[in-house]
Design a protein around this ligand. Sequence first.
Ligand SMILES: N[C@@H](CCC(=O)N[C@@H](CS)C(=O)NCC(=O)O)C(=O)O
Length: 198
Amino acid sequence: MTYTLHYFNVRGRGELSRLILEFGKIDYVNDFIKFEQWAERKKTIKYGKLPYVTSTNGFELYESMAIARFFAKKGGLYPEDAEKAAITDMWSDKIYDFYSSVTPIIYRTPKDQQAEKIKTVLSESAPAFFDTVEAALNEDGHFLEKLTWSDLYLFVVTTVDFLKPLVDSHPKVSKLVEEIKNSEVYKNYQNSDRCVSF
Ligand SMILES: N[C@@H](CCC(=O)N[C@@H](CS)C(=O)NCC(=O)O)C(=O)O
């Protein structure tokens, strides 16, 4: 069985699931949708939003976090213990909130207005977010004793260029980033046509 992840050809709300699919070794393909195709495609899509997932068995799923959680369960990146699972939900929800405040700057703000917005994020919400996750991570740079989907989500945040100084000044976050970047799974992904650049 193969899944198709339908999303724009950017990281955005699709990248968490792509990483989970890669690290969970789940068979999938991307349906990369170009922004210029979107107006027409939108009319054909149930609920009119991306990402969504289809499968060769007829299964369909909408909503990025439901999709990510589903693949995390399938790929062994979601704890079986209910309390641990809830902890990963909590961190993923926190990360969703922060990431959702950052992605409009990257994808929906004209270039000449980005600097001002970046300055605001860097002086307001970002330092608190990084301090909070740094305090929660263990010495391995994970929220729990082994790698879970919420760690991968934090990694997605660290790929935002203008947040790099904050990544560098938070050692446990940096440790997670090093682990992911040095992994064979990520290197293979980066060198593949499944990986997008921003
Ligand atoms: N809560 C939804 C939000 C989905 C959403 O707003 N997706 C954006 C892309 S990140 C979208 O489809 N934008 C195009 C549109 O609304 O026409 C989720 O997390 O999947």
